[in-house]
Design a protein. Sequence first.
Length: 451
Amino acid sequence: MTQPADLVITGCTVLVHDEQERIGFQEDAGIVVRDGAVAEVTSAGAARRTPAAEHIDAAGQVALPGFVNCHTHAPMAALRGLAEDLPTEEWFNDVVWPVETNLTPRDVELGARLACAEMIRAGVTCFADHYFAMDAVAAVVAECGMRALLGEAYFSSQGPEGRERSLEFALRHRGAAGGRITTALAPHAPYTVTDADLAATADLAREHGLPVHLHAAENREQTDASLARHGATPIEILERTGILGTDVLIAHGTGIVERDLPVLARAEGRTAVASAPRGYLKFAWPTTTPVRALREIGVPVGLATDGAASNNSLDVWESMALTSLIQKSTERDPRWLTARQALHHATVQSAQAVGLGDDVGRIAPGRRADLVLVDLTGPHTQPVHDLAATLVHSARSCDVRTTVVDGRVLMRDRELLTLDVPAVVRELDERLPALTDRSHGRRIQEYGIQD
């Protein structure tokens, strides 16, 4: 006799992809989950006849692949709203990097707990994190049930020890939490990591089969400064140091210029870009991630939020809607980026960006059961003439009712099941005076893209 399924979801409309990755919607459907994976997407009637340990009636809801936050700094949720209305250089040098000298592993853990709670409630099931004291983040991920690509960040100013810690972390945690944790080497950026250290990182990535996650060409000012100082763009520096010969996730890329496109197109490794549009608007950067140009050369663009200290939010749903709107404005074409294209970035391309394209990003047999249920019965989502448009432009992350990762329900009917937010907030409030003290005058690094 067939063993009961772990989880059966019935009565929902399921976002599905065909063999050409085109998006469709299967109505009155059921999802059967076994051993943390989707066993089948079938009719609601057939699913109801399947014995299961847990059952969710999702009538009136839409099942989507869980969103992936392709670049963030989860512990920086503890710094939300601390540095407001500042240019990039002042934001780093006057507030954020002085405060980060105070960080303890407990601060990092509490910030990560707050961030994971926020992301679970916003329908994010996986995130790519790039920060310090990442053992604490890995422990939070293991406990709360999310999926994550984690990297211990380093600067060249830390000496070889920084790079060595990044490697040691990546090797020790790779495959942890039952496979929900993958790891990367995490140099900060070409303007804070020397060419020699980038080349050494590329060698280590190839030797150990690890991806690289870093910031590069974050804005046009960085690209202009790199050209003036080195005669090469940040993307060209990644090529000449061998980083583009590895699997690399590039954060932001709003400074990617025309001459960078053939460089990215001929990259030997898997190359992806993570775009966090809300922060670019907030910093008043003059350009955004060139999504259309990257798509045309086959580089996937995943959606991201960056850290809550700059973005104030870890809401990838908002990133999806903003990406569509900003691309329409930038390209001066209302037909780009469509709602269906935006959903593709939020699902398939985001999964590809973090190296999990074979595991998540779709609700399909054999894929891990990372999915969310979205309630579209509210007045702001009715009537539904175009379901894709309703999801992208009318629905909000607060419409997510249930979040599932690896077949485990992390939130049901808006109730978090794996994290205690009030306890986190109480302790974090007690620690804030010491964390935010800048009287010592120290910085972990100097932000200056020109000599």
